[in-house]
Design a protein around this ligand. Structure first.
Ligand code: PLP
Length: 434
């Protein structure tokens, strides 16, 4: 296939996400024809190591045999049926398994992360209405939070570049101090800082409890903020504060769920059972779009009624798609049979120790939480992010730095030679992009 021709056709016909399309005059699209393991191959046969798991979705590599076979088998029996009025084995089994893993036994499905955020916000609001607390209509989130870009999700997101333009369309929400330890005072430990931020949260919640429906957070790592990591003590305190003052805690585990932070779900590290958990991205191993909101018996019960209007009348056409659910079941099976969490623990230690070679460079805040690794580059180059992205591609590496933060969120199947390539190429990338 003609490479150039495909790029031109894409520029004409496809409006690419999160992109000022004109910038592709200088930064050409990369036409990918194949994926295998951690590698993506372009039309000229050049390979790129996918160090960002294709926007944090891929867990067990591209072209993963077990997930592929599970989808193929499902294709032979049922590709899709609407979930209103109907049900099927993959969606039931997946819901049961997620219920066991999280202790949240009621699963409501959608296809993307942002849709899961919308569902959790609407459900929380509707719960309070159903129990007669009509004033509880507001949401709070953390500074620098990211929960997706549909209007409801953007209302609780705090990233100016995505939010400011649409401000007139959004609901007001208040942002609590972020416990990201990079924001701590000099000499203040991560835990002490997290608890100080939790104190500020408490002050706000106490004052506004009557009108607050929910507090939505990204447990342990604020990924889109540049992999801002924080101490698990914050999660524990946040849940206590929310419970005490009758405010729901929504754990947005869309990016951090499925082993990314070292445990199956990040909330576990704060010993926290949220009222809602949003999952997506890695849920299908990166194969098909699927998201889910899990919630408690108590919340479910408040909707279970003779009145139709008290029910949760929200839907998406592809809710609970059987192919996506079968990919998710195969993904969960791999976690179990291949002892992934234990293996990741060793791999994460190995990657972080190999990252020490980067300390020759002008970098700071080298950090990791499970299989998320990051450092911040001290540079005056205002275009560092774009420059490093381009140099990385030339080195056979897909990196997508966020501002001056370089991060790795590789597929869990990355092997030692591939880790070496990722880190050695990154060394050159940073050096050449300062
Ligand atoms: C924490 C978090 N929430 C929500 C989303 C939105 O998910 P999606 O892009 O699938 O809508 C993302 C995406 O990066 C995310 O990181």
């Amino acid at each position: 296939m003609d490479n150039k021709n495909l790029l031109n056709r894409s520029m004409q016909a496809v409006w690419h996400p999160c992109t000022q399309m004109k910038q592709h005059e200088n930064y050409p699209l990369v036409p990918i024809s194949r994926g295998d393991g951690v590698w993506l191959t372009d039309l000229d046969g050049k390979r790129y190591l996918d160090a960002v798991s294709s926007w944090w979705v891929n867990l067990f590599g591209h072209n993963n045999l077990r997930i592929k076979v599970a989808i193929q088998q499902q294709l032979d029996t049922l590709e899709h049926v609407m979930l209103a009025g109907f049900t099927h084995e993959p969606v039931v089994e997946l819901s049961e398994r997620l219920g066991k893993l999280t202790g949240l036994g009621h699963a409501f499905y959608a296809s993307d992360g942002a849709s899961a955020t919308e569902i959790a916000l609407k459900m929380s609001f509707h719960y309070w209405r159903n129990v007669g607390k009509h004033k509880k209509t507001k949401f709070i989130s953390l500074q620098n939070s990211y929960h997706g870009e549909t209007l409801g999700a953007l209302s609780v997101t705090d990233v100016a570049i995505f939010k400011d333009t649409y401000a007139p369309l959004l609901r007001q929400s208040a942002q609590m101090p972020s416990p990201d330890w990079r924001l701590a005072e000099v000499g203040e430990g991560a835990e002490a800082f997290a608890l100080r931020c939790a104190d500020a949260l408490e002050v706000y919640v106490v004052e506004h409890a009557d009108e607050l429906a929910a507090f939505i957070i990204e447990p342990l790592v604020q990924c889109a903020a540049g992999m801002g990591m924080y101490h698990s003590a914050y999660l524990k305190r946040a849940k206590e504060i929310c419970t005490m003052h009758q405010v729901h805690l929504i754990a947005d585990e869309i990016a951090v769920g499925f082993g990314r932070t070292g445990t199956m779900f990040a909330s576990e590290q704060g010993n926290t059972k949220p009222d809602f958990m949003c999952l997506s991205k890695g849920i299908t191993g990166g194969y098909l779009p699927l998201s889910v909101v899990l919630t408690t018996d108590e919340i479910y019960a408040a909707f279970y009624d003779d009145s139709t209007a008290r029910g949760f009348l929200h839907s998406h056409s592809y809710t609970g798609n059987p192919l996506a659910c079968s990919a998710a079941l195969a993904t969960l099976a791999i976690f179990e049979t291949d002892n992934i969490l234990a293996k990741n623990k060793e791999k994460a230690a190995q990657i972080f120790s190999k990252m020490q070679v980067l300390t020759d460079l002008p970098i700071e805040n080298s950090r990791h939480q499970g299989m998320i690794f990051a450092f911040d580059v001290k540079t005056k180059n205002a275009s560092f992010s774009k420059a490093s992205y381009t140099v990385a591609l030339s080195q056979g590496l897909l990196l997508r730095p966020i501002g001056n933060t370089v991060y790795f969120m590789p597929p869990y199947v990355i092997n030692e030679a591939e880790i070496d390539h990722m880190i050695n190429a990154t060394y050159q990338v940073v050096k050449q992009s300062l």
